[in-house]
Ligand binder design. Structure first.
Ligand SMILES: [Ca+2]
Length: 170
């Protein structure tokens, strides 16, 4: 999926009814055709990340933004998988740094545990994308509280409950 025409064709094929918007189940099946199997919750999160008009579905413009993010993630995956088709946990750590996420060990291993389905430390592309979607969403949520951009937030109990509920969707 390189140029705008190809992307438009792809979008219109998925949006078979021509509504101008793609729903989470439609996106899930379309990605599955490309051998990327995501739980519906992750696909919903992909849509939520770029749902600029907050209508719960994905317009073509929102899709372009998501596609840009996925391309970046895929490029980093390809640069580290060395023909094996998966990343080791060390690779994932390095990949996240390349994408601008530098996590400490407890945060990193907890995230990996949640998304490495086989629990063998072999992270496939769809699992890696899920990790990146999670970390990016967490960063967006964090940034919405870190208004002074100091890398630290103070939460009262209500805000903590709000964050936990948001993370639940991820
Ligand atoms: Ca939308």
């Amino acid at each position: 999926m390189e140029n705008a025409v190809v992307l438009r064709e792809w979008f219109d094929r998925v949006d078979a009814a021509g509504t101008g918007n793609i729903t989470a189940p439609q996106l899930q099946s379309a990605l599955a055709v490309g051998n990327l199997d995501f739980p519906l919750s992750v696909v919903q999160q992909m849509i939520r990340m770029y749902d600029f008009d907050r209508n719960g579905t994905m317009s073509f413009e929102e899709f372009l933004a998501l596609n840009k993010f996925l391309q970046k993630v895929q490029t980093v995956f390809s640069s580290l998988e060395r023909g094996r088709g998966f990343l080791s946990l060390e690779d994932v750590y390095e990949a996240l740094i390349k994408l601008g996420f530098s996590l400490d060990s407890p945060a990193f291993y907890t995230v990996c545990e949640s998304f490495d389905k086989s629990k063998k430390g072999m992270v496939r592309l769809d699992e890696f994308i899920s990790i990146c979607i999670f970390v990016q969403s967490a960063r967006n949520l964090f940034s919405s509280f870190d208004t002074t951009k100091q890398g630290k937030v103070t939460l009262d109990f209500n805000q903590f409950v709000y964050c936990s509920a948001e993370a639940e969707y991820i």
